[in-house]
Design a protein around this ligand. Sequence first.
Ligand code: ZN
Length: 180
Amino acid sequence: MVPPESELPLAMPLREPAAAATTSAPVAIAARTCYRRRPMATTKIKAGSTVDGWCTKCKLVLAHTVEAMVGAKITRVHCNTCGGQHAYRAAAPGAGKSTKARRSTPRKTAEAAQKHNEYEVLLRGRTGDKARPYATSERFAPGELIKHSAFGLGVVIAERDSVKIDVAFPDGPKVLLHGR
Ligand SMILES: [Zn+2]
């Protein structure tokens, strides 16, 4: 048995009038918003842009130049430090999990804090008066403190090859020449 149709609407809670009232916002504002709307302002990153990414050769997060993109996704880059071309990777392999776990922290702040923390650890409380002034003609050994005119006080992390050293600075790691 089906009840007569006329009885159905009465049995349903009708709350729609209230909702309708809130959505009927002033027409003038809505029209203006539509007028000012611009075509999809996506990221400004394009081929040739500089982005921070993981260098598979340097094993560091360094500045890279975008070479190819698919839509808004960066695919190929080259490292501004070593010049190596590789697929784009935002962070170190294995760093993904911890990044996701700490989503609430703004990424740049977290990265900067991490870089600074590593630097503090490497510095081990040493100060600039033990640092040697940096010059490409000098040779530096891992653990040594160097004074760089632009980057400040640095700690040599490792000797990459006969002419390059990885150095931690307050703003993050850099690759410098030495023994030239
Ligand atoms: Zn590199």
